[in-house]
Design a protein around this ligand. Structure first.
Ligand SMILES: NC(=O)c1ccc[n+]([C@@H]2O[C@H](COP(=O)([O-])OP(=O)(O)OC[C@H]3O[C@@H](n4cnc5c(N)ncnc54)[C@H](OP(=O)(O)O)[C@@H]3O)[C@@H](O)[C@H]2O)c1
Length: 326
């Protein structure tokens, strides 16, 4: 099968299209014919092996899994031993191993059924970013109806999901984004939009009950100024920070600082679970959540897609379409 392969960590140039053996589903897994796969920072981290802490899980000297890609949407073509949840022909979405390929293995615990009315490209855009937004808002910020919530990086991969999910949860949402994305963020339902190159959202007279930061360019001190006295700051991540811990450095620092302040600043790492994928599927099925696809590329253009993403200022999700994406 055709796949995007890397032998070493490095820039997008280390990726090449190659013919590799089609994998087989192992126990508790299915083999999926991939139709679409999202691309974002999680792919960058695995390809670059940066920040270095990721290599503890992916291989110290060189990548343990030579095929890139984590999000996926497609059809089950083979079921592994013990699998009763899905059968051949089922349309699914979630995460797997080496999804920038014609076929990829995926554990059934990280898959859900794709709703019929949702295309493969939209479903393939949703897993990592959608789960991150859902868990940050529901489990860490614990937002509820009427809460004032600010989403920083509202026009990006996680941010476009976060704005929509915060609205579903009944919050009053402020989206903070670059000038070219203000219309997009408003169209996603944000009640207020802050064009960050022109306005400082931390100068608000009405503090926020929760801030979800996916950009990481403001100091924690500045963000706390914009928080209500018992408000919550969820640092989702950033591409800033040192080469060892990257964006984690900032979230670990604020989690340690939190007990000395009146604010909650929990450490946050998203997880991939079927129940949460099913929650996203439900929102997408009834039309309340629509993944925003900024760009899409065919499989062979993954290196170009990654280069463009790394320039910064992503608009929604980048999606690699392997089938038709429909
Ligand atoms: N903790 C976890 O478990 C977890 C899970 C997933 C992702 N992450 C991390 O979360 C971060 C965001 O991921 P993503 O997929 O959303 O990335 P993304 O798609 O690249 O989006 C980032 C967005 O931030 C915006 N931005 C940049 N500077 C900004 C600023 N100063 N103020 C407001 N917005 C700004 C960018 O565009 P504009 O500047 O043009 O608006 C872009 O739209 C990444 O660092 C990723 O590694 C963490």
């Amino acid at each position: 099968m055709k796949a995007i392969v890397q032998d070493i960590y490095g820039p997008p140039e280390v990726l090449r299209t190659d013919e590799v053996d089609r994998p087989a589903a192992r126990s508790g897994e299915v083999l999926v014919q991939v139709e679409a796969a999202g691309l974002g920072p999680e792919v960058w981290h695995l390809v670059a092996g940066m920040p270095r802490v990721v290599r503890l899980g992916t291989g110290l000297g060189r990548p343990r899994h030579p095929v890139a890609g984590r999000d996926l949407a497609g059809r089950v073509v083979e079921v592994g031993e013990g699998v009763t949840e899905f059968g051949v022909g089922d349309a699914v979405f979630g995460t797997g191993w080496g999804t920038f390929a014609e076929y990829a293995r995926a554990p059934v615990s990280r898959l859900a059924r794709k709703p019929d009315r949702v295309g493969f490209a939209a479903a393939g855009a949703a897993p990592v970013s959608g789960l991150t937004a859902l868990q940050a808002l529901r489990d860490k910020a614990r937002i509820g109806p009427g809460d004032r919530v600010a989403v920083i990086g509202a026009g990006g991969g996680v941010g476009t999901f976060a704005v929509q999910i915060a609205k579903i949860m009944g919050a009053e949402v402020t989206g903070v984004c670059g000038t070219d994305k203000t219309d997009l963020v408003r169209s996603l339902g944000a009640d207020h939009v802050v064009d960050y190159p022109r306005e400082d959202f931390t100068a608000t007279p009405d503090p926020y009950d929760a801030i979800v930061d996916t950009a990481g360019h403001r100091s924690v001190r500045a963000l706390r100024r914009a928080l209500a006295p018992r408000g919550t700051l969820v640092i989702v991540g950033s591409e800033t920070g040192g080469q060892w811990l990257g964006g984690l450095q900032r979230s670990m620092g604020s989690a340690l600082l939190a007990p000395l302040t009146g604010h909650r600043m929990p450490l946050f790492l998203s997880t991939e679970e079927r129940a949460d994928l099913e929650a996203l599927a439900e929102y997408m099925a009834d039309g309340r959540l629509s993944p925003v696809i900024g760009r899409s590329y065919p499989l062979e253009e993954v290196p170009e897609a990654l280069r463009r993403w790394a320039e910064g200022h992503a608009r929604g999700k980048t999606v690699i379409t392997i089938g038709t994406g429909e």
